[in-house]
Design a protein around this ligand. Structure first.
Ligand code: ATP
Ligand code: MG
Length: 223
């Protein structure tokens, strides 16, 4: 799926948080949103993931202007097309790791209606093999981060939106996570990542510097 921001700006309490940002993110590519702390990376990521409506400009999904989308249409996009890996986003602490990856335990039996082999593959890829039965609250910060990534892998969504996935990871796990997202892009996903991490930036196809000046994406390499 193509995700495009056209002159996106965000004002909060009359303060310009993000201004005039234009970028296009395509399938098969990993785009980094970069810049110093506070420059608006998370805010712009939320805009392109339709979590937040920009004050100015438009976000297009496969060429369709989402500014006219109903909240129902936006929820449909989240459900069917998007996976978010955002800090503290939607991990249910009282539930098992497996539940959090698949989000499909039935209310009454609590039995997973999940695809077991996909679940195991997602846990395996994120270094959480054998942890499916553990409570999410028993995971460390870094393990929770990888749990959120396992969920995105399991969901196999067309668009993957990620905020600082390597913050607080050691270098072995950082490399693991960088490779996981690079694999998602290679599998055809549109991957968009707000990051400070040099290793992550190096793996991305294009870097978009977020600033309060109008800016565009720098393509690094043609894949
Ligand atoms: N809901 C809000 N209300 C007020 N100010 C906000 C809000 N959300 C963001 N901001 C401000 O907007 C600016 C950009 O924030 P944002 O979180 O997008 O930055 P960032 O580039 O992701 O920073 P970091 O690298 O530290 O995560 C900051 O100055 C922040 O304080
Ligand atoms: Mg941020």
């Amino acid at each position: 799926m193509d995700i495009e921001a056209v002159d996106v700006g965000v004002l909060i309490d009359d303060r310009e948080i993000v201004a005039g940002q234009s970028l296009t993110c395509r399938p098969n590519t990993m785009t980094a949103l970069v810049g110093p702390s506070g420059c608006g990376k998370t805010t712009l990521l939320h805009c392109v993931g339709l979590l937040q409506r920009p004050t100015f400009g438009r976000v297009l999904v496969d060429g369709a202007d989402t500014s006219s989308w109903s909240s129902r249409r936006v929820r449909q996009f989240w459900r069917d097309n998007a996976a978010f890996v955002i800090q503290d986003y939607g991990i249910v602490d009282d539930e098992s790791v497996a539940y959090n990856v698949t989000m499909s335990a039935t209310l009454f039996t609590n039995r997973l209606r999940a695809d077991q082999s996909r679940l195991e593959a997602a846990l395996d890829r994120t270094g959480l093999a054998g942890r499916g039965g553990d409570r999410a609250s028993h995971l460390s910060g870094g393990e929770k981060q990888r749990l959120a990534i396992a969920r995105a892998i399991y969901k196999d969504a067309a668009v993957v939106l990620v905020d600082e996935p390597t913050a607080s990871l050691d270098s072995a796990n950082r490399t693991l996570v960088v490779d996981l997202f690079a694999d998602r892009a290679a599998a055809g996903c549109t991957v968009i990542i707000a990051t400070h991490d040099e290793e992550m930036m190096a793996a991305c196809d294009s870097l978009h510097t977020v600033s309060r000046q109008r800016s565009d994406t720098t393509a690094k390499v043609a894949r």
